[in-house]
Design a protein around this ligand. Structure first.
Ligand code: VAH
Length: 313
């Protein structure tokens, strides 16, 4: 992996992924793209190209010109947004993925795209969820992620495309706040704790979900993409998680730094329903075994880093 094009580069993962790849491979070897030009400081600096992932012709033209060896397809509508407009979510999440896979096939690109714990549903085992198990998600986002996992496997088997992917848990970062996710409470709570000393959670107190600090997520992507193909028994849909937490646990950790922090609840039935359809804690054994997945941040360390970084913003 030496020269990378990224779609959805202005998103929560895409932003930090672009910064890390530029640092590791050189700014001139990374082409971040997204539906609009960057506004904030985070992605200042060239090159950058505007790309709507529904435009396969332009996607191929950019690849033909930039000549990457890898595509990281990050453009996606997240779970809560997708539930508000499922037909549009299909168009972006699946239409965009097909265009990206076709581009990777035509230009012989190594390919990464993330799945999610959202690819599981209410009939999936909730605790220590295996990588191969029942997947009957009840959200459009979950349907997109299951279809995406299968499509990426298909492009590898049928066309030899070097596709790789992980199932991300909720991701927590201070660089770019997420938009439209069910797990966004776990990011908002840190910002609100410092802004107002209190937070009203839209997810209920005892709802456990898998989470991971963004630095561990970016490291996982790079580690998987740099793994020798012979190491990989599986290709896509590796379970990866660093912790299983709920709002009360996050609040208790924050109180070690902000003793008077107050947490209350105004549960959003839609996002609560999505959260309850997902596992409580997934098993990451295969990722650890096949390519050395090794998250470094637990809730305590993540809380320290998040509060420190937000204070310094
Ligand atoms: C979402 N942050 O909430 C995303 C993610 C596991 C959650 O897929 O939709």
């Amino acid at each position: 992996m030496e020269r990378i094009i990224i779609t959805g580069a202005l998103g929560q993962i895409g932003t930090e992924l672009t910064l890390k790849l530029r640092e590791k491979y050189g700014e001139e070897n990374v082409l971040p793209t997204d539906i609009k030009e960057p506004e904030g400081e985070a992605l200042k600096g060239k090159p950058f190209e505007v790309l709507d992932v529904r435009d396969q012709e332009r996607m191929k033209a950019l690849v033909s010109e930039f000549k990457p060896d890898t595509m990281m397809h990050m453009a996606s509508l997240l779970s809560a947004t997708a539930e508000k407009n499922p037909q549009f979510a299909w168009e972006i999440n699946m239409g965009g993925l097909v265009n990206a896979l076709e581009t990777a096939r035509e230009f012989g690109l190594k390919f990464f795209t993330p799945s999610s714990i959202g690819a599981f549903g209410p009939s999936t085992p909730k605790e220590n969820t295996p990588q191969v198990t029942i997947q009957r998600p009840t959200t459009m986002y979950g349907v997109n992620k299951v279809a995406g996992e299968l499509l990426c496997d298909y492009y590898h088997e049928k066309f030899g495309v070097d596709t790789r992917g992980v199932r991300f848990p909720g991701l927590i970062s201070h660089v770019k706040e997420p938009g439209g996710g069910t797990t966004d409470y776990a990011v908002e709570i840190y910002f609100e704790a410092l802004r107002n000393g209190r937070y009203t959670s839209f997810i209920d107190k005892s709802t456990n979900m898998d989470m991971m600090y963004m630095e561990d997520a970016i490291d996982a992507i790079i580690k998987l993409m740099e793994a020798h193909p012979g190491q990989l028994k599986d290709r896509n849909a590796f379970n990866v998680s660093a912790m299983s937490i709920n709002p009360e646990m996050v609040a208790n950790e924050i109180r070690k730094h902000i003793p008077d922090f107050e947490l209350d609840y105004d549960v959003d039935p839609v996002r609560q329903g999505i959260a309850e359809s997902w596992p409580n804690a997934i098993d990451s054994t295969e990722a650890k075994r096949q390519w050395g997945f090794d998250p470094r941040y637990d809730l305590e360390k993540m809380t320290e880093v998040m509060l420190e970084a937000i204070r310094n913003k």
